[in-house]
Design a protein around this ligand. Sequence first.
Ligand code: TLP
Length: 387
Amino acid sequence: MSLIGDWKERTLFRRYHRYHVPNEGRRPDQPPIQWPNSLAALLERMDTIDLRSDTVTRPTERMREAARGAAVGDDVYGEDPTVNELERRAAEAVGTEAALYVPSGTMGNQIAVRVHTERGDEVVLDRESHVYRWELGGPSQLSGVQPRPVDAGERCVPTPEQVREAHVPESLHRPGTGLLALENTHNYRGGVAVPRERVAAAAEAARALDVPVPLDGARLFNAAVALDVPASELAAPVDSVLFCLSKGLGAPVGSVLAGPEEFVEEARRVRKLFGGGMRQAGLIAAPGLKALDSVDRLAEDHENAALLADALDDVDGVQAPQPDTNIVVVDTSERDLTAEGFVEACEERGVLAGAFDEHTTRFCTHRDVSRSDVEDAIERIRAVLAE
Ligand code: TLP
């Protein structure tokens, strides 16, 4: 199967990835890039409100200045002072012994799977988890493990009973369960902030079976702000935790994988194996340090998401449950409106969103959309739904 050829056909998912920022950073002597689709032009329209993801934020002036002035060294040798500082601060923020700066959330999740498991193990995870749904089958491709998806439903993490039921003891015929992978906030299920107790219950059940537990906390700080607890408390029950600097926290690049010293040491080797060993990475880590200072402002994104959900839920035949955090999931099945059609109609009015599923559309708030942008978006989306 050609990955690219096939990927182009998957129009729902393509919606996430077809946009690029045209000509940003282009030097005057470089010719402008011609974009193959008119959608890209939308991003150049001044009034476009981009609610596809919190990954779209641009670095602030403070971040750009921090990058410019960053002290750097060769991080593969462990000599980049800015990366070292970021790893120290990140470990402190999530309450672990150590941390590792990685280029992306996906790489961090995949490193965790690789470090925690042995080839052939089974991995128990929610069937809607990012690591299973949206990482190109990474656990199988990169670690040779076999996913065993369970339906965690609205709880977002499996119950202790589900963990025990899904557990496979190693035998002559069976591979054995090597991992329980969890996610908080849960992206696909609507940015749900999963309470600590629920994570702890699943993790304890796994620990009793000698199964390690990594947490995909790409948006862990959103969960912490929503639940009003320190991120370290949410990470305490698990064996390793991944969080992203480049989502709501607004850094241009990077994520952090954190855990005990020994885990992080091995993760560093696997990062190299996966091609993620970076050199003068202080340039991109410096904005990451600024991002760590901006946790509290996530509350604004949550308020904006609540406003948006409220307004859309009011529309006949549209379901937009109140979100815990910055992800609004809108169901238009009652109106027989496909997500693809909805997204396209929104685009025509300059609001960008992502199609999640046949009738499910995601709108994501973030630092680069203000309350008045969201009010404006509401007007435009309601106009689409009134057509
Ligand atoms: N999620 C992206 C898309 O890939 C869906 C988004 O726009 O939300 N874990 C979770 C829970 C995530 O939501 C994501 C990104 C990742 C991991 C991967 O992070 P990156 O994009 O840095 O590889």
